[in-house]
Ligand binder design. Structure first.
Ligand code: GZL
Length: 316
């Protein structure tokens, strides 16, 4: 009886949100990569299609700015908050404040270490699986030959950096011919991906001792490809390149023979998030705690020019 009563109360409470146009605050990380830019573009489009008034904040990749944005959204009395958490820790108190204000929070594309009763749901990919798919591609590509790998990690402390590293290591476990010899963060950006790759090349006999690059996102891989070329080596041949996101420019690199594989991450996390919020506003029915988006491997044999054309207008 109690649960029916509570559901009824919740439905009445959220019915108000459903009756008028909803206002949603989006605490976005920044615009560190092409994928992130596409996520922002698509979130705005998805909000417009649903008549949602989206309040947007770009945190310039700083957690303190995201926390300040969430507090501002709470003060404005928004109907829900979208958060793409730049790192996994340090969210408990501000999520408690949102909960106390009865404002549902939906996580996009990254996870937090907080209890899951502090957010309505999380929309994202299986980040460990993405790393496993990338690692398995390399295992198959080198086919038992020795391969010394350098790794460009994402933002330190972020769930994709932690989980994509774990997944790749899972895949190469038991394949003693493959070894990660250097691993450092490039913070998901092209510039830092290039800079760190330059240091890897310098440290490894001009790159002659490197067999492959595993980058946690395509933007760092694109920056690293530039560094490999400037070192006089052929990316995609002398040094294999595998990364994650499936942004247009990695397909351009594949078409040029300069990259080998990428694992797709959909930039449309907002669609499932807004659908879950609508159900919650209309009926008080809470969604599953994790709404998983799919991951798909693309290689140079999957029509990279066509993949580039299919994605280039999507806001990357
Ligand atoms: C992963 C997402 C990552 C992208 C990067 O879910 O958070 O953040 O892979 C972006 O391109 O910077």
């Amino acid at each position: 009886m109690k649960s029916l009563f509570m559901t009824t109360v919740a439905a009445l409470a959220f019915g108000t949100a459903a009756a008028s146009a909803q206002t949603v605050g989006f605490a976005q990380i920044g615009s560190e990569s092409g994928w992130r830019a596409a996520e922002t573009t698509i979130t705005r489009q998805q909000a417009d299609e649903r008549g949602i008034d989206l309040k947007f904040s770009d945190a310039q990749q700083k957690q303190e700015n995201q926390i300040a944005a969430i507090r501002s959204f709470i003060a404005q009395g928004v109907d829900a908050i979208l958060l793409a958490p730049v790192v996994a820790t340090g969210w408990d108190s501000v999520l408690e404040e949102a909960k106390d204000a009865e404002i549902p929070v939906v996580l996009l594309d990254r996870q937090v270490d907080s209890d899951d009763d502090l957010y309505l749901t999380a929309v994202g990919s299986d980040l460990v699986h993405e790393g496993e798919v990338a690692g398995q591609w390399l295992v198959d590509a080198v086919d038992g030959k020795d391969c010394r790998v350098v790794e460009l990690q994402g933002t330190t402390g972020s769930s994709p950096a932690i989980d994509r590293k774990t997944g790749f290591e899972n895949a190469i476990k038991g394949h003693d011919n493959i070894e990660i010899i250097r691993s450092q963060t490039g913070d998901f950006t092209r510039a830092q991906g290039k800079e760190v790759m330059e240091s890897f090349l310098q440290a490894e006999n001009g790159g002659k001792d490197i067999c492959a690059l595993y980058a946690h996102n395509d933007d760092m891989a694109v920056g690293a490809i530039q560094a490999i070329k400037e070192a006089g080596l052929k990316p995609g041949e002398d040094i294999l390149v595998v990364s994650i996101d499936a942004v247009p420019d990695i397909f351009q690199a594949m078409a040029n023979g300069e990259a080998n594989a990428t694992v797709e991450l959909t930039p449309n996390m907002a669609g499932p998030a807004f659908d879950a919020l609508k159900t919650y506003w209309d009926s008080g029915e809470a969604p599953e705690k994790f709404i998983q988006t799919e991951s798909k491997l693309y290689t140079a044999s999957d029509d990279p020019k066509g993949q580039y054309e299919a994605r280039k207008g999507l806001g990357y």
